[in-house]
Design a protein around this ligand. Structure first.
Ligand code: BGC
Length: 740
């Protein structure tokens, strides 16, 4: 009853016919009733219960909500809490509902693998499902808006935020961006399991110089258009409701103050109808950048540049009304920003029922949802990348055999929360829902077959646990080690100059290797780590990233072969930091090295090979896939036709498995130089033992387009290499000549 009354009040101020009008019309009818202070309030966002950035003094937030001068909050958890604050908003004059945002990047109640790990699955339906479940759970807790997907391309694993994205490739990144947006926004706004997605960080944040977070970006517009913008465009085309700008300056202009990015490209050229939120405090940081004198000027620059909502700077709250009154900011720009936000609040149905998302019963239903956990386990297994699986005593080390005595060694074996990775949530009773490697293995084989020793901590110099670990190894037939990074070693503000596996962990691996027992290394981390010293020694390595709450089960699934690994790296893995930035789609240069040994007056390092430790797209399987000769349907196509590249792929093993068949294209001569190869297609297929499938890629002139020197998106006739293979290195080539 109380709620019903409130609803009546909430809609009482709307014109009678508003209920049948579009969200835009309804937004306009509210806009007409608003004072300038209330309009500014809609553009003001503050965090509530915890911080994900440097906290500023914020005054009395509840009083501001009551006055109608705070329109959105982030960082508050749970249906009860969101309901409580929404009730305060219902005490404001116009009863405009609050919009609650949260960084739901890889699950909410159910923690999924980190986004970079999921990208390694190359499994778009699974990635979409992961986002769908995250949205369902978050929405039940009253969250209307996730600050995801993060679609920044990055070629630099020193940057801790690579864990949030889809890796280095624009094509793969674009498909994943779209899948995530579809997942978050589900069946569309109005459904209580759909939240607003937010494509971030616009733009080029992932190219921070030196991989140092928040650092400047200097980049040609052509590179921006070709590599860094496409995932944003894909997110927009998939319907992303909001965008977040970024901390970095781009070619000297902070993104938050960039009219070129926000007005010209995003809103005009791309026709974006949603709203842009600043990053946390990025508006006030324009003062530090040296772009704004003070907060007043920063606010003026940001709003005029197209930044609609101010997260955590309070610049709009303090100065925007005065800027309008002084004639510095036209009221039409403020109205436009408010309108964009109100439309989303209407579309979500918040004006009809401001509490429709905050639902304690739904929230409880999702607390321990078996279906969601099964999905998390499934995509966790799909995210694992098998990097090495040598033969020892006549058979590959993996999969393990059921009767083997297994020593589980390493600082992460019994760890639970580390598997969650950055941007994950802590809930009470969480520990009973998290599955460590030890628990996953124990559930399979029981304690009698397992030995365990931690060996060492994640860092430090203490080797006193080595002896116990060696003894455990000696008492086993095979050793499985889980090593890598702690939960918050990769993430925001987690840039590292040294991304080697910590020395004490490398030393432990060597000590165990010397026992002569076959060693399987599971490396859990939020970024590509450098581990080439141990990589050459141990016979089996799987990259396990941060796999989320079902990590232990997923690792056991792969170790025992119940799931045959099919993941492929979404980033190149460097041999050492000196190779960074490293990416497969580089230009050829005027003096390309023909191989890793060639050094004489070529573009190469004198002290290490050019090639990465593991190339983009790389990953093994327990099956053995053999690629036949690729054949193009036409070798000399003409005009806007479509050709087909076919390649037979066989599974020449006794194990059914999935393979990600990858298509790359090189444009041999261009009016601007073109990369040595670019991913243009992939297909993930299941092959039974002995089965052969003909994989077909359809290629049109759209696949040949690039940005020329005038930034026109064109294709140019000439020769192209069509390459197909299991990764970006091991490809077979067909050359074609495509004329107009
Ligand atoms: C991050 C954003 C995040 C925001 C809110 C910022 O520090 O850069 O990605 O959405 O905080 O938590």
């Amino acid at each position: 009853m109380r709620i019903f009354l409130r609803l009546l009040l909430a809609t009482a101020c709307l014109p009678a016919a508003a209920q049948t009008k579009t969200a835009a019309q309804r937004a306009d009818s509210v806009l007409k009733l608003m004072t300038l202070a209330e309009k500014v309030g809609q553009l003001h966002q503050l965090s509530s219960d915890f911080a994900t950035g440097p906290i500023q003094p914020q005054g009395d937030r509840q009083a501001a909500i009551r006055r109608g001068e705070l329109g959105s909050m982030l960082n508050l958890m749970g249906a009860a809490r969101t309901r409580q604050l929404q009730e305060i908003a219902m005490q404001s004059r116009l009863k405009i509902p609050l919009l609650f945002g949260q960084d739901v990047l890889h699950g909410y109640r159910t923690t999924f693998p980190i986004p970079l790990a999921e990208a390694a699955s190359w499994d778009l339906p699974a990635i979409e499902q992961s986002a769908r479940i995250a949205a369902t759970e978050a929405a039940a807790a009253g969250i209307h808006w996730t600050f995801a997907p993060m679609v920044d391309i990055s070629r630099d694993p020193r940057w801790g935020r690579v864990m949030e994205g889809a890796g280095e490739d624009s094509y793969l990144g674009s498909l994943i961006a779209a899948a995530r947006v579809r997942g978050f926004q589900g069946r569309g706004f109005g459904h209580t399991d759909a939240v607003l997605a937010c494509a971030k960080h616009f733009a080029a944040y992932g190219a921070a110089i030196g991989g140092r977070d928040y650092n400047s970006v200097d980049m040609s517009p052509r590179m921006l258009w070709e590599t860094y913008l496409p995932p944003f465009k894909a997110a927009l085309d998939a319907g992303a409701a909001t965008f977040m700008n970024s901390f970095n300056d781009l070619n000297g202009i902070p993104a938050t103050g960039s009219a070129w990015l926000q007005q010209d490209i995003l809103k005009k050229q791309w026709g974006f109808k949603g709203f842009v939120v600043s990053d946390w405090g990025s508006l006030s940081e324009m003062i530090n950048h040296g772009y704004s004198r003070d907060l007043r000027q920063a606010s003026e620059q940001a709003i005029l540049a197209g930044n609609d909502m101010d997260m955590e700077s309070s610049g709009y709250a303090q100065h925007l009304a005065a800027l309008v009154q002084a004639g510095r900011v036209p009221i039409s720009r403020v109205d436009d920003a408010v309108r964009r936000i109100l439309i989303k609040k209407f579309e979500l149905g918040l004006f009809d029922d401001p509490f429709r998302f905050s639902n304690e019963q739904r929230e409880k239903d999702y607390y321990n949802h078996a279906g969601h956990q099964a999905a998390a386990r499934s995509i966790a297994a799909k995210s694992i990348v098998l990097l090495k699986n040598d033969t020892v005593s006549g058979r590959p080390v993996l999969p393990l055999q059921r009767q083997q005595r297994i020593a589980l060694i390493g600082p992460l074996v019994k760890s639970q929360k580390d598997n969650l990775g950055f941007w994950s949530f802590d809930f009470e009773d969480d520990s009973s829902r998290l599955v460590s490697l030890y628990q996953g293995m124990h559930a399979r084989v029981g304690a009698a077959q397992l030995r365990y020793a931690k060996g060492c901590e994640l860092t430090g110099t203490d080797t006193s646990g080595f002896a116990e670990a060696v003894a455990a190894a000696v008492d086993a037939d095979v050793v499985v080690m889980q090593v890598g990074e702690g939960r918050d070693w990769s993430g925001e503000a987690k840039s590292k100059a040294d991304i080697k596996l910590p020395a004490v962990q490398a030393a432990l691996i060597k000590a165990i290797f010397r026992t002569g027992r076959p060693v399987v290394l599971l490396i859990s981390a939020g970024r590509p780590l450098i581990f080439h010293e141990v990589a050459s020694e141990v016979p089996a390595i799987a990259y396990t990233w941060w796999l989320g709450m079902q990590a232990g089960h997923a690792m056991a699934d792969v170790l025992f072969g119940d799931y045959n690994p099919a993941g492929k790296l979404p980033m190149s893995f460097p041999r050492t930091e000196g190779q960074i930035p490293i990416y497969y789609n580089h230009y050829n240069t005027g003096r390309p090295a023909q191989n890793d040994d060639q050094r004489f007056y070529v573009s190469a390092y004198n002290d290490l090979p050019n090639s990465p430790q593991y190339p983009f797209g790389y990953g093994l399987s327990y099956s053995r896939f053999v690629y036949g000769q690729p054949i193009a349907s036409v070798l000399q196509p003409k005009g806007a036709t479509t050709i087909t590249l076919s390649v037979p792929v066989s599974n020449q093993s006794g194990t059914a498995g999935e393979e990600v068949v990858q298509l790359y294209i090189r444009d041999l001569v261009g009016s601007v130089v073109r990369p040595v190869k670019e991913l243009k297609g992939f297909q993930k297929l299941m092959l039974q033992p002995g089965e052969t499938k003909a994989v077909q890629f359809r290629i049109g002139t759209a696949d040949l387009r690039f940005y020329n020197a005038q930034l026109q998106h064109v294709w140019e006739p000439g020769e192209f290499d069509l390459m197909v293979g299991p990764n970006s290195r091991d490809v077979q080539t067909v050359r074609i000549n495509w004329q107009r």
